[in-house]
Design a protein around this ligand. Sequence first.
Ligand code: V47
Length: 358
Amino acid sequence: MASLLQRVTDRLDRQERLTKEDALELFAAQDLIGLGRLANQVKQLRWGDRAHFVINRQINPTNICVLSCRFCDFATKRGRPNAYEMTIEEILGRLNPELREVHIVQGLHPEWRWDYYLQMIRAIKTTFPQIQIKAWTAVEIDYFSKKFRLSVEEVLTQMKEAGLSALPGGGAEVFSERVRKALFPFKIGAPRWLEIHRIAHRLGIPTNATLLYGHIETHEERVDHFFKLRELQDETDGFMSFIPLAYQVGKTRVVERQASAIEDLKTVAISRLILDNIPHIKAYWVTMGEEIASIALNFGADDLDGTIGEERIMHAADAETPIRQTRERLLSLIRSSGCVPVERDAIYQTSTNGHGHH
Ligand code: V47
């Protein structure tokens, strides 16, 4: 074990990239503390003691979705008692001038028109010019493109002109055809997800990337996922952050229990080591839990996401975390992990760096 970590340390000292074999060995290894220390050293080199957070609001404008993915408790069908659709007024009513970011993700709605999405962005931008809009995953962008017969370039260009700043990282799930067939056979797979992010990056729209872990995927599939993201990032440099999303068991019960704290921390640490070209690793407190997220800030993560306001996707799947945080609570979580809180916006501008996501 000591020799594995020593070998990885030597590689990093020589500025060599880690391999798939290294990543798999790290997942199999027992020395969690040693792994965490190494990932934290890499994080420290980039960000020092800093940990980022954002004053944000999540909006999920509708849960009506044409898909029915096996792991998702959020999606429903029109006419079901839990189905809802928000008007633009309702969306605006959930925002306020203190916010720096609004994060919008929703079901693939069968009827909403293209214009509605553009109007939503424009209305937010005119009412709250200081809020940056991070909206719609690659899955939704693909759906808009097909449904409205627009190229992905046109969808993204029109959205950017309306006021979109970034794309969230959802919908990637696990880049494994085996897992896709079992859990989300009707959702786009890895090639299309990566293609849409490549196009967004080319158009100057930065994006995030997620991994849904802790269900039926293997460590090898997680590692493959990291490498696909690292390859695209080598090409485009458009990813801002990587967010491991722990599967919430809820009522879908693909497995009986959520991933352990040890799996969470290993996934954060190994992602920090492998994704040497993605600036930020996010410890998403909603799925990871506040306690593990604050520990993760010492295991390679440098970001806690934000105040969130009202989370629905994970809470539809019975997440036990609160649905929102106050600024003070985020600050105290960050300080309790020995880090210095740095407020950012959706594209990681801070009052000190004044520019984009690097
Ligand atoms: O892709 C659905 C996931 C994602 C469950 O970019 C579940 O900053 C766990 O895009 N357990 C959407 N996850 C969320 C998303 C996101 C979230 C946080 C930050 C960012 C970002 C993006 O929610 C989907 C899917 O993988 N999801 N059901 C579940 N039961």
